[in-house]
Design a protein around this ligand. Structure first.
Ligand code: NAD
Length: 352
């Protein structure tokens, strides 16, 4: 075992079914009097229930959260926050809504309570990626980390099978890269292996029967573990590639992760044998890269970057960008091999 440093995040997590009902008590714990609720347009119906539950402490709502946290949207939400003199942000939704809450907290240091409805895992990290002028940049600060996360399985029951599949594989990607992170440690590796196994078992059940509450509970638990991994150790090639592809071609986040993961893992496999063994063990397959590719096929998730909006001419551009700013990866970043990886992912072929 290599030497390690382990630091846990200062955060309170409430997990279960029906836990949304604990929101008033959690607000009291923080001494909150004026809440701004954040959501996406698609999930604005969730706000009425919260309003009823928290009564006078409901100060206002902003339901304009969108993917990739554009700065213009954050500025509009900041106006809403000032108008109602909010002293807390309650974000209910997937990574896009959580991202908006984090972007406001970065600027104001307001406390955040997050109610995740997808498996993205953003609620567990002190990181926000913001888009301005078509460029997405990432920032990290202790102010960004939410104070309280309430995981309520009920909020995930409405997630369509397609989003459940891609969001679940997005979560698995955090754990995969945690297992070969340069700053990995044994506690996070345990969580990573458990997170991968739990999600890989739950997702096929959810995609076949979206109302299976036991599988939904397992998947949310797995997603939480994978989110902890994302917040605790450094990510590598896979996350950098997805960041580049998503930002350059405005590709959907979870789908991009789903397509790229088997290929990024196959690229890193020769340099990360211990991680490969643990992922194989978690998935119950001999070849983890192929196992993840097969899992995505079983879940009817997209297989190719061309299916989700990337132009063929973007392959070279993405390869150039991927090698432009050096970062740590278990295997050195070689341009031709990266280009081949992206080309295979674009065509939707099995990883090699
Ligand atoms: P999302 O939040 O954009 O959700 C996709 C769509 O599904 C939205 O319209 C949303 O309202 C809807 N949705 C979410 N949960 C639902 C549910 N239970 N039922 C019905 N509809 C539901 O997508 P996402 O994949 O959760 O998050 C992606 C965003 O999160 C990206 O911007 C990504 O960069 C960011 N992210 C950031 C971090 C981080 O640590 N900073 C980590 C992961 C993701």
């Amino acid at each position: 075992m290599q030497d390690f440093v382990y630091q846990s995040a200062p955060m309170r997590v409430v997990f279960g079914t029906g836990t949304l009902r604990q929101l008033p008590d959690e607000l009291s714990r923080l001494g909150i009097t004026r809440v701004l609720v954040l959501a996406t347009p698609r999930q604005k119906d969730l706000v009425a229930g919260i309003r009823e539950m928290i009564g006078e402490r409901f100060a206002g709502v902003f339901t304009g959260a969108v993917m990739h946290t554009p700065v213009e949207v954050t500025e509009r939400a900041m106006e809403a926050m000032h108008d109602v003199r909010a002293d807390c942000l309650v974000a209910i939704g997937g990574g896009s809504t959580t991202g908006l809450g984090k972007a406001i907290a970065l600027r104001t240091d307001l406390p955040q309570i997050v109610l995740p409805t997808s498996y993205a895992g953003s609620e567990m990290t002190p990181v926000v990626g913001q888009t301005s002028g078509g460029i997405k940049t990432t920032q990290s600060s202790p102010k960004i980390l939410p104070q309280i996360v309430i995981y309520d399985v009920d909020l995930t029951m409405t997630m369509p099978a397609g989003l459940s599949a891609t969001s679940g594989i997005n979560a698995i990607a955090h754990a995969v890269e945690a297992l070969y992170a340069r700053d990995r440690n044994p506690v996070i590796s345990l969580m990573a292996q458990e997170g991968i196994g739990t999600l890989a078992r739950a997702l096929p059940i959810i995609c076949a029967q979206p109302n299976d509450r036991a599988a939904r509970t397992d998947a949310l638990y797995g997603a939480w573990l994978c989110g902890i991994c994302l917040g605790a150790v450094g990510m590598a090639l896979h996350h950098k590639l997805c960041h580049t592809l998503g930002g350059s071609f405005n590709l959907p986040h979870a789908e991009t992760h789903t397509v790229v993961l088997p290929h990024a893992l196959a690229y890193n496999a020769p340099a990360a044998p211990e991680a490969m063994a643990r992922i194989a063990d978690a998935l119950g397959v001999p070849d983890p890269a192929l196992g993840l590719y097969d899992l995505a096929r079983k879940l009817a998730a997209p297989a190719a970057l061309r299916e989700i909006g990337m132009p063929e001419a973007g392959i070279d551009q993405a390869a150039n960008l991927a090698v432009k700013n050096p970062y740590w990866n278990p295997r050195p970043i070689e341009r031709d091999a990266i280009r081949e990886l992206i080309a295979r992912a674009w065509r939707g072929e099995a990883p090699q």
